[in-house]
Ligand binder design. Structure first.
Ligand SMILES: Cc1cc2nc3c(=O)[nH]c(=O)nc-3n(C[C@H](O)[C@H](O)[C@H](O)COP(=O)(O)OP(=O)(O)OC[C@H]3O[C@@H](n4cnc5c(N)ncnc54)[C@H](O)[C@@H]3O)c2cc1C
Length: 459
């Protein structure tokens, strides 16, 4: 027989991905009275690490950037519960495909002038970048901004592949101040990217700011070790996993969350505060207390769908995968967005002498690929991978595909209205805190920063 359980808590947290887990970790650290409601039977959200044939595989994100001090602080706070892994200097080596050939992405001004990636005309334009005037349109797209300050070849062979790598997106659709706020502020504050970067380099940083080293990171044993450690340290008793059919009402100043647990029992959680950490596209499903039109400015946020491909070779004889990996500009007309050289970044993730790669396909500009059959995708991967990495034959011992629907949010022109609506709803409903990747950034470091701030707000 089904039973109905009523649980009273101060705070209910929806979602146990990296954001919800970071929030929960800090709530528990501060002895808060909270409960996390997660739809899946496991925590971590899109972060999942698997082991197969001796290979350690990331099926979602592969690496993060210590772009926010909160990332370093989280690892400090977790102590020996998980160990951050930082690749060697080779991770700074990144390649861009031009005319079918990998070219090194220039790391400094001199290399920027000598690289074959940019035209001579644009190299001269780049030298004049510090003298160009500030943009005046706050809703300028990233491609408009780059064309205005740097030139088309810089857009095509530096910014476009970077945006494919991070957003699987289109720089013409992303609004700079929302998608890359640091870049936007660099121009607005200093009047120039180059001048701003130099001036910022000389600016004295606080001890906290110095923790944001911008280094690439993973975790020993894979990123799931981080989410597992957060789950454990947040107190596993504070989580209900496998919670389906979630519906939330707001009655007499309380949030009433009802759902079925994994045994089919109906559970009701009454809380004073509600923190959501899911993507925008699911809010309509459970924010029952809101009229649908109240959520439209938030839930209309577009997301890119991506297919992630993991390849493992026991005996690799192709191009030496030295560095972080390579990105493929849209103008090169390929289906693969980029190739990560995972086994060159992190040791002990393959069987002896094994070599592994992670590829991405799809994204905002190739949505049709997401709909293709596995066999069709595998054929495309084989053809393009042979051309890109040049092994003598295609004989992977590992060839896995992972489909990620609604993978990466695209902070476009709708963003301003979305942020305003979040603020409006939070004012209207006391104790409501709307988090997740619909605001405050899309990368793991942004999620950790937001997760911590959600906990602080709720406390
Ligand atoms: C394929 C891919 C590659 C990426 N690569 C990188 C990378 O290399 N570097 C980087 O920094 N970032 C990367 N990212 C982004 C990064 O992984 C995410 O920003 C981050 O992991 C998202 O965490 P989250 O908790 O905000 O969301 P999620 O991980 O999506 O977690 C949300 C949680 O909410 C739960 N949920 C949903 N609906 C309900 C409901 N109705 N009831 C209860 N629970 C619900 C979900 O099950 C999920 O567990 C990548 C993302 C993807 C998808």
């Amino acid at each position: 027989m089904q039973s109905i359980n009523i649980i009273e808590k101060n705070i209910a947290v929806i979602g146990a991905g990296l954001t919800g887990l970071t929030t929960s970790f800090y709530l528990n650290k501060n002895k808060a009275d909270f409960l996390v409601i997660e739809k899946q039977n496991k925590t971590g959200g899109v972060i999942q690490t698997e082991k197969q044939n001796g290979y350690l595989i990331e099926t979602g994100p592969n690496t993060g950037i210590i772009g926010q001090p909160e990332v370093a602080e989280l690892f400090e706070d977790l102590g020996d519960k998980c160990t951050i892994e930082i690749p060697g200097k080779e991770a700074n080596k990144r390649f861009i495909l031009k005319n079918g050939k990998w070219e090194l992405l220039p790391s400094g001004l001199w290399k920027g002038i000598t690289t074959p990636l940019f035209t001579s005309r644009d190299k001269i334009r780049i030298l004049g970048e510090p003298f160009r005037s500030r943009g005046k349109n706050p809703d300028e797209s990233l491609s408009q901004l780059v064309l205005r300050r740097m030139g088309k070849s810089f857009l095509d062979y530096a910014v476009d592949p970077f945006i494919l790598g991070v957003y699987a997106g289109n720089p013409a659709r992303l609004i700079t101040r929302h998608a890359l706020p640091k870049l936007y502020n660099l121009e607005q504050t200093y009047g120039s990217f180059i001048g701003g970067a130099i001036k910022k380099g000389f600016k004295k940083k606080t001890p906290q700011e110095m923790k944001a080293t911008k280094k690439v990171f993973s975790v020993k044993g894979g990123l799931s070790q981080l989410t597992n450690a957060l789950y454990k340290e947040a107190g596993t008793e504070n989580f209900i996993l496998g919670a389906t059919n979630l519906q939330i009402q707001y009655i007499s100043g309380k949030y009433i969350s009802t759902f079925k647990n994994s045994e089919g029992n109906e559970i009701t959680v009454k809380s004073n505060k509600l923190i959501t950490t899911t993507g925008a596209y699911v809010l309509n499903d459970f924010m029952t207390f809101l009229e649908k039109e109240n959520l439209v400015p938030i839930s209309c946020l577009p997301y890119a769908n991506v297919v992630e491909i993991v390849l493992g070779f026991d005996n690799w004889d192709g191009m030496e995968p030295e560095g972080f990996g390579g990105l493929i500009p849209f103008i090169e007309k390929r289906n693969v967005l980029g190739v990560l050289f995972m086994s060159s970044l992190f040791m002990q993730r393959t069987p002896n002498n094994g070599t592994s790669f992670t590829l991405f396909m799809g994204g905002i500009r190739k949505p049709e690929l997401f709909e293709k059959k596995e066999s069709e995708l595998k054929a495309i991967v084989e053809k393009e991978f042979m051309q890109l990495m040049k092994p003598s034959k295609f004989n992977p011992s590992l060839f896995n595909l992972y489909w990620h629907k609604n993978a990466i949010p695209q902070y476009g022109i709708e963003s301003e209205a979305r942020f305003k609506q979040v603020e409006k709803l939070e004012k209207e409903y006391p104790g409501l805190i709307i988090g997740g990747n619909l605001k405050d950034g899309i990368g793991m470091s942004d999620r950790i920063k937001q997760g911590k701030s959600l906990a602080i707000r709720a406390l």
